[in-house]
Write a protein that binds this ligand. Structure first.
Ligand SMILES: Nc1ncnc2c1ncn2[C@@H]1O[C@H](COP(=O)(O)OP(=O)(O)OP(=O)(O)O)[C@@H](O)[C@H]1O
Length: 895
């Protein structure tokens, strides 16, 4: 089987055949003394039509055979050089059969190869071995095909030598002398060559017609329908192993280019027709070789690898062009087939980019990063300078601060105070004509969620002036000077928009007392610089400037005194948690958004009674939660029961019915809670019980008892405190009385009792031994503000008080041991008991109820008992945020 591996080989063989077919007297022997052909990887053939000789080019080789010899002449065939033999007819038949066996993609080779001519012109002797193997049936597709390729290489080399010796010009199909009849092989070979030349896309070139002529391919040798397929097909046929490894090696090889001198290039590649294209890249020329031809001649060279290029330098483009021109002239390459030269001007830009690319990239990144951080601030200025821009959000009439004083409830005094600012902003002349200096600003302080921000917004909403809202933490940045710069920017913008209000929320983030820094080691210069800037800006206000600064904080105690002095924040408005009436009003505000059919007066009163210690935000949350509970229950409107469930949920957390306790644990919890309930029922000064439950809730409470607090207890006497402590210890005492051992469940009770007793002794002057002294225990202080002996006295007094509460509780529960049992057993059955259940089990409470209790919880309004047992919690509910209550809060969530 004869399978040319490369385009070059195929072409060479085709030419060889053409030649022999055209001139029968030609002998292979002559080929070794006279070059018969020259191959060019590139170049455009002359069209036969264009040729002056009518498609038959001039004759170049005088020794070339003129016609095919007859079989009679075979004996007189000239001797062949060593290593070459003439084939017999049988052998030629075997070659034909090998071609017939070729895979379909190589069948074309058969057509392009004039096999019968082999009979006359000899072949390398190795071909005979291959033919023999074929005839014996030992032909190996991989190894013997490879041998055939090598044989083909020898043939090509022979022609190359011939060419070099004679320095003759190309001999192609068009060189057939006039009058010589072209064989079929000649025609096909010429067509094949014509197709290859056609790749160069020379305008006006006409391709020959005939079978085997494919559609004209686009530019580039790889698209050659003949040679490209041939190469690929060869590798496939030879074997994936050889080809794959070679391709992999070629790809992975870092050796993708090499410098070469002009002389080397000329000797090794140009003269052999292996150069396909040259590209001027900057001051060098890149050489593209015809891979297939190169591989045939230099099979082991890197030059034959795909993607490999030679480069050579030149003095000037003109010199290079002249050299190339001269070389091609010497080689006799016709102008139409000269090697194309490209000029890659874009490489200049490419090389500039390559040199400056990293720097440009870095600069770009820096600019991008600074723009981003500037942009994040929301300030108008971006870029590097955006850091110092204020991040205050501005609201005006268009962007609407629609909050009005009516939306703020439960802080009437604070509202009155702040209304003065509104009058000042609206009618400044009223104050100015009397010579009154307008307060510069006000600090709104109070626990979280009490409505400080809301009040500031309402001030802006009422005065109809622009409102700049910023948080203190937004001045804090890792860069020195940024905070002060943002303050400057904020005040400058505010002055431009005067009259207006600036609201700085959480001002303690920057307004912290400057002396505080010392303890933490070195202070914080950046924060101090920011604070100083605020002080300066507020000082700098001209009295007629209508810019009011409001600030909110939960920690007025840590603020710097300079900030609080008159002339800066001269009004201090403390907003505490709302009273019973305040809560009622806040409920009214938020109930406006809710669809409910309940009597508003009764509903708000009852809810306010149930929520002592709730801040405005807690109330807003509870109302919203009630609407969600009602929605889950598919209710038409939000009813009392939904509100109560919502409040219970806000206080105690989500019910955790999935938490399964053992019967023994459940029993312990029931007796523990029953102990609390009995104490609350029988102690004179204890808060009336609302509900006791052993359904686990929240994160760790296994049961709890809830009491109606004694209104807003601003004052508590010793009796109340002792009863409350005794009631708190009721759980543990009950466990002691009813079980052989006690549990860890009373830990939180002890914590509360200890805290209460300690406060009584150290702050409320309720210890006769210690007397009327106040010792504030500050965790930040290293030393206690009292002597060691005082500490011992405090310890002793705290113990005495707790012991007394314990004794009081034990006496009561021992007396009512049976009742504890009754309540506990009922609790185990029902899991939750209300006040009505206790009345049923224990009879009416001996002590009179408080006013609010009888008003809202006497059952006269037909409302269900508080905290109905109906459970609408679904497992998907999220747990509400726990509310904060101080020691005065009577809601008692116990473990
Ligand atoms: N007095 C009130 N009247 C009506 N709603 C209130 C009142 N106080 C708080 N709220 C509700 O609580 C929400 C939160 O209040 P706001 O943000 O003003 O609290 P804050 O005191 O500024 O809290 P923080 O100290 O945590 O910043 C308000 O949007 C409002 O719905």
């Amino acid at each position: 089987m004869f399978r040319p591996a490369t385009r070059q080989l195929a072409r060479s063989y085709a030419r060889y055949s053409l030649r022999t077919a055209a001139r029968p007297s030609y002998r292979a022997a002559a080929a070794f003394s006279v070059p018969a052909t020259r191959t060019y990887a590139i170049g455009t053939p002359r069209s036969p039509k264009d040729d002056k000789n009518g498609g038959a080019p001039r004759k170049k080789d005088e020794d070339a055979p003129a016609s095919k010899p007859s079989s009679k002449e075979e004996d007189s065939r000239p001797p062949l050089p060593e290593g070459w033999v003439y084939l017999t007819e049988d052998e030629v038949k075997a070659v034909k059969s090998m071609f017939a066996d070729l895979p379909s993609d190589l069948q074309r080779l058969k057509d392009e190869t004039p096999i019968s001519d082999m009979l006359n012109y000899g072949v390398p002797v190795e071909l005979r071995d291959v033919i023999k193997k074929k005839m014996d049936g030992n032909f190996s597709v991989i190894f013997d095909t490879w041998a055939l390729l090598k044989i083909r290489g020898k043939l090509v080399e022979a022609f190359e030598r011939y060419e070099e010796n004679k320095k003759r010009t190309d001999f192609d199909s068009n060189d057939v002398p006039p009058g010589v009849e072209q064989t079929e092989a000649m025609r096909k070979a010429r067509e094949a060559k014509s197709r290859r030349h056609g790749e160069e896309g020379q305008p006006g070139h006409e391709q020959g017609a005939g079978e085997g002529q494919g559609p004209r391919p686009g530019k580039g040798p790889k698209k050659d329908p003949g040679s490209g397929d041939m190469k690929f097909g060869d590798w496939v046929t030879i074997g994936l192993t050889t080809g794959g490894l070679f391709a992999l090696y070629s790809m992975l090889s870092p050796d993708s280019s090499r410098d070469i001198s002009w002389q080397e290039l000329r000797k090794n590649f140009l003269d052999k027709g292996l150069v396909e294209r040259m590209t001027v890249v900057g001051d060098r020329v890149r050489v593209d070789l015809n891979l297939e031809a190169t591989r045939a001649i230099y099979p082991d060279s890197v030059a034959a690898r795909p993607g490999f290029h030679y480069y050579f330098g030149f003095g000037s483009v003109e010199l290079f062009e002249n050299n190339l021109e001269e070389a091609q002239r010497e080689l006799g390459i016709p102008p139409s087939e000269r090697i194309p030269v490209d000029y890659a001007s874009s490489s200049m830009i490419g090389s500039i980019l390559l040199s400056f690319g990293p720097t440009l990239l870095l600069v770009g990144l820096i600019i991008y990063a600074s723009r981003r951080s500037g942009g994040m601030g929301g300030g108008s200025g971006g870029g590097v300078f955006g850091f110092g821009k204020s991040r205050a959000k501005m609201f005006n009439q268009d962007t609407a601060v629609r909050v009005k004083f009516d939306d703020v409830a439960g802080m009437d005094e604070a509202k009155l105070e702040i209304m003065e600012f509104v009058s000042f902003l609206k009618t400044p002349e009223r104050f100015q004509k009397l010579g009154a200096k307008i307060p510069r600003g006000a600090i709104l302080s109070g626990p979280p969620g009490t409505g400080k921000t809301l009040l500031a917004k309402a001030t802006a909403g009422e005065s109809q002036v622009p409102f700049f809202s910023v948080s203190g933490s937004e001045f804090v940045e890792m860069f020195v000077g940024v905070g002060a710069s943002r303050v400057r920017d904020l005040f400058a913008t505010a002055r431009k928009n005067a009259p207006c209000i600036i609201f700085i929320d959480e001002i303690d983030a920057i307004g912290r007392s400057r002396s505080d820094g010392g303890f933490k080691g070195g202070g914080n210069d950046e924060r101090e610089a920011t604070l100083n800037q605020i002080l300066t800006e507020m000082d700098g206000f001209n009295t007629s400037e209508q810019v009011v600064v409001l600030a909110g904080t939960n920690r007025p105690d840590v603020l710097d005194q300079a900030l609080m002095r008159p002339g800066r924040f001269d009004r201090h408005i403390n907003i505490d948690r709302p009273t019973m009436k305040g809560r009622k009003d806040i409920f009214k505000v938020h109930l406006k958004k809710i669809l409910t059919k309940e009597d508003t007066e009764y509903l708000t009163g009852r809810l306010a009674a149930l929520t002592p210690g709730f801040a405005g935000a807690d109330i807003a949350n509870a109302v919203n939660e009630a609407a969600l509970v009602a929605a889950r229950a598919n209710a038409e409107s939000v009813a009392m029961i939904h509100f109560e469930q919502a409040i219970e949920r806000v206080i105690g957390g989500l019910e955790r019915r999935s938490l399964v306790l053992s019967p023994e644990e459940k029993r312990t919890v029931a007796y523990h809670e029953a102990g609390h309930a009995i104490c609350g029922w029988f102690f004179r000064w204890a808060d009336p019980l609302l509900k006791v439950s052993i359904i686990p809730r929240g994160s760790g409470a296994l049961g709890y008892a809830q009491y109606l607090p004694s209104g807003d207890a601003y004052l508590m006497n010793t009796n109340q405190l002792m009863d409350r402590m005794a009631m708190t210890l009721g759980g543990r005492v009950s466990e002691e009385l009813h079980f052989p051992t006690v549990t860890s469940g009373a830990s939180d009770d002890f914590k509360k009792v200890t805290a209460m007793a300690t406060t009584m002794v150290t702050q409320w002057g309720m210890s006769e031994k210690l007397g009327p002294l106040h010792f504030k225990n500050d965790d930040n202080q290293l030393h206690k503000p009292f002597a060691e002996s005082t500490a011992q006295t405090i310890d002793a007094e705290v113990r005495r008080i707790v012991d007394q509460a314990y004794a009081q509780c034990k006496a009561l529960l021992t007396k009512h041991k049976a009742e504890v049992g009754i309540v506990a057993e009922e609790l185990l059955r029902k899991e939750m008991l209300t006040r009505d259940d206790l009345v049923r089990l224990l009879g009416p409470r001996e002590w009179p109820d408080k006013e609010e209790f009888s008003k809202y919880f006497d059952g006269k309004h037909g409302a269900p008992p508080p905290f109905s047992t109906e459970n609408t919690d679904s497992p998907m509910d999220s747990e509400p945020a726990p509310s904060l209550f101080d020691a005065k809060d009577a809601k008692d969530v116990k473990e």
